[in-house]
Design a protein around this ligand. Structure first.
Ligand SMILES: Nc1ncnc2c1ncn2[C@@H]1O[C@H](COS(=O)(=O)NC(=O)[C@@H](N)CO)[C@@H](O)[C@H]1O
Length: 143
């Protein structure tokens, strides 16, 4: 998995069109979203992650918690992003991993939003620009 973590004043998105034949079903309310004072985490789930998705989820939680504590962010925006890797996992595996990451971050006490999966989205992001505001992490299964 490849992650780009941007500590932001806000991230807002608006769903435009389907990017997959069968994107994640979403409610009217999920077509737009915004969080202020947020750690935006853009994630590409990779083919190699398919060998152990559960391990990838837990490793992602460790990395996200580590960065969130460094930048003192208690809101996380989980954002599916297919452009951090050329070896993408299948959509059904990727969606499950991102849903699980959202669930586990909520269990860890964060306020979390997840941008809809399988859609082209307009988004606006305001990066804070401090030294830790732009970080990336690569996670692979250990097996
Ligand atoms: N492995 C993945 N990791 C993260 N997001 C993904 C992944 N696969 C699909 N998506 C989601 O599905 C959308 C489209 O994914 S895509 O790989 O770009 N596919 C396409 O663009 C298709 N039109 C042709 O394959 C992405 O914007 C993202 O929302």
């Amino acid at each position: 998995m490849r992650m780009l973590l941007i500590h932001s004043d806000y991230l807002e998105y608006e769903v435009k069109d389907k990017a997959l034949k069968n994107p994640e079903p979403i409610s009217e309310e999920q077509k737009k979203g915004r969080l202020d004072e947020v750690l935006a985490v853009f994630m590409s789930v990779e083919k190699v992650d398919e060998t152990n998705p559960d391990e990838i989820v837990e490793k992602a939680i460790v990395e996200i918690k580590d960065v969130a504590s460094q930048v003192k962010a208690d809101r996380i925006f989980v954002y599916p992003f297919a452009h951090l890797s050329s070896e993408l996992a299948k959509p059904d595996v990727a969606l499950r991993v991102l849903q699980k990451i959202e669930e586990r971050l909520k269990e860890e006490g964060f306020e979390v939003k997840r941008a809809p999966f399988g859609y082209y989205k307009a988004f606006r992001l305001s990066c804070k620009g401090h030294p830790l505001a732009e970080l990336s992490r690569t996670i692979v299964p250990s097996g």
